[in-house]
Design a protein around this ligand. Structure first.
Ligand code: HEC
Ligand code: HEC
Ligand code: HEC
Ligand code: HEC
Ligand code: HEC
Length: 202
């Protein structure tokens, strides 16, 4: 009998894992709508929303300056952090790392979490303007030490809200102000936003 010794066995296991990964990527590209739900990567600096947006009640838009006025919410530049951390908690090694990045002009490489494919158009501004809360799509960020993707962000998920199936009631009320037709009693659901392909795939 041929015994597989330590290093060879390790190689065989590694080979197996690589084969599985390759197969996984191939399957993934056949079904690109596989969701990132649950993704919660570690960040280069452990920034806590619970501490900043929760306990210290800093407004979302103080850091995510684009969210009410443009397509992208945007991730804050280091000078926003330095508004406080040039004096706050300067003895922390994490803040020292932040200050070093700032001094060298090297942006922190935050790992992107929520990300639609390039062929999808998603405007934050339009949603925020009709009262769709951050929490509806991002979960209770204020209580998170590390951000996690809570919703699937698939096409079906977008459409369920646009078709009126999962739309929060405050949003339905907001839409009714300008579009009374939404309230057509003959309809099971009240479509509150577009379902046309070209609106989301421009
Ligand atoms: C003090 C600045 C600051 C405040 C206030 C803040 N954020 Fe953030 N936010 C960040 C930074 C920095 C990141 C990137 C690091 C991370 O993901 O934790 C981020 C990441 C995020 C992400 C994930 C982005 C991605 O990659 O997909 C979401 C969603 C988010 N914030 C929502 C919120 C919401 C909602 C609020 C208010 C309840 C809020 N943020 C308040 C600084 C802030
Ligand atoms: C209707 C759902 C929805 C709402 C409401 C929403 N977001 Fe988002 N958010 C998304 C989606 C989808 C993405 C990914 C967008 C992409 O990849 O183009 C995203 C991405 C982000 C990002 C990272 C990328 C970027 O756009 O710069 C941040 C930060 C963020 N959202 C913060 C917020 C904050 C803060 C609020 C509330 C003021 C909010 N979002 C409200 C769905 C939503
Ligand atoms: C409006 C003020 C303010 C802003 C802006 C701000 N922070 Fe903070 N941050 C705080 C406060 C307050 C604490 C808690 C300090 C304490 O524990 O005494 C804190 C704590 C931290 C800590 C934990 C430090 C430790 O080791 O305990 C990190 C990391 C951090 N902030 C990173 C950031 C980053 C990155 C940004 C920019 C995206 C940022 N902060 C923006 C006020 C701010
Ligand atoms: C919780 C409800 C909700 C979710 C989830 C949602 N939307 Fe929306 N969407 C709305 C509302 C409300 C409007 C605003 C309609 C209006 O202005 O009358 C809107 C408007 C839009 C518009 C502008 C349409 C136009 O008329 O030009 C686009 C594009 C869009 N959404 C894309 C998306 C995409 C892509 C997703 C998924 C990633 C998504 N939405 C998820 C509620 C939602
Ligand atoms: C409200 C926004 C929205 C509308 C309207 C919409 N889509 Fe999408 N679509 C998305 C999002 C978000 C994705 C990416 C996530 C996913 O694949 O589920 C997507 C992905 C896709 C994909 C790739 C998915 C896959 O499995 O390969 C195709 C093809 C597509 N859409 C076609 C259409 C067609 C055709 C229409 C009109 C009948 C349409 N979409 C209407 C948001 C939308």
């Amino acid at each position: 009998m041929v015994r597989i010794t330590g290093p060879q066995k390790a190689m065989a296991v590694v080979g197996g894992i690589i084969a599985l990964l390759v197969a996984g990527v191939a399957v993934g590209s056949l079904f690109p709508s596989a969701s990132n739900q649950g993704y919660a990567p570690e960040q280069p600096i452990p920034f806590s929303h619970k501490l900043h947006a929760g306990e210290n009640k800093i407004a979302c838009a103080y850091c995510h300056v684009g969210v009410e006025k443009s397509r992208h919410a945007t991730i804050p530049a280091m000078n926003v952090c330095m508004n406080c951390h040039s004096v706050v908690k300067t003895d922390s090694p994490h803040i020292q790392k932040l200050r070093q990045h700032y001094a060298e002009g090297k942006p922190v490489e935050w790992v992107r979490i929520h990300e639609l494919p390039d062929f999808v158009y998603f405007p934050h501004k339009r949603h925020v303007a009709k009262g769709v809360s951050c929490e509806t799509c991002h979960g209770d960020i204020k209580s998170m030490d590390r951000v996690e993707q809570m919703e699937p962000l698939t096409m079906g998920w977008c459409l369920d809200c646009h078709r009126g199936k999962t739309t929060p009631s405050n949003v339905v009320r907001e839409i009714l102000k300008t579009n009374p037709h939404v309230n057509d009693p003959g309809q099971r659901y009240k479509p509150i936003a577009t379902t046309s392909c070209s609106a989301c795939h421009q």
